[in-house]
Ligand binder design. Sequence first.
Ligand SMILES: [Zn+2]
Length: 196
Amino acid sequence: MRYLRGVEPTNSDWSARHSVQAVALRTAALVNALSHEGVSPQSVSAVLRAHGEGDAVELSERDVAEMRAAALQVREVFAADGTDEAAARLNRLLSLSTGALRLTSHGGRSPWHPHLDRDDDGPWGEWLLASSCLALTVIVWDRQRPPGGVCASPACGNVFLTQGSGPARRYCSRRCATRERVAAHRRAKKIPDPAR
Ligand SMILES: [Zn+2]
């Protein structure tokens, strides 16, 4: 089992910022941030900046509420049991919630890349759902595997992306895997767990 750090997109990397992997990493980070009830617009725009949105992103409470609704739907794709179910959930979102496939360069400010939302200036929730569906769809197509999973640690619940071709991961990070291994060891030895 490997816990590879993904490619970290940077503002200076004009074309990598729009790669499938970069969009997928941003998707997972946004789903995780937005899964918390009461997440602030500031923390969501910090995630966007960390994933290459150069301009200061001004999000309203309403934007965040729409993004959270989208994130909870995308989360269901990560939670799918196997490739067929992930594909079925993506197909449902693609038929209900996205526009036609189109290319945009945002008026020359970015490399040409595909979008599934209806308009470059559309609502943030629609953008999140469409960009997430697009990246996760390409990953299923390319790897013929589920695009990711949900961390098996009850204390975590973060989504993560499938990396490489090894066995399916259960935890989002080495940190969660270690914590659960220690907890299982304590249970086996009947040592009280101070964290629970
Ligand atoms: Zn975790």
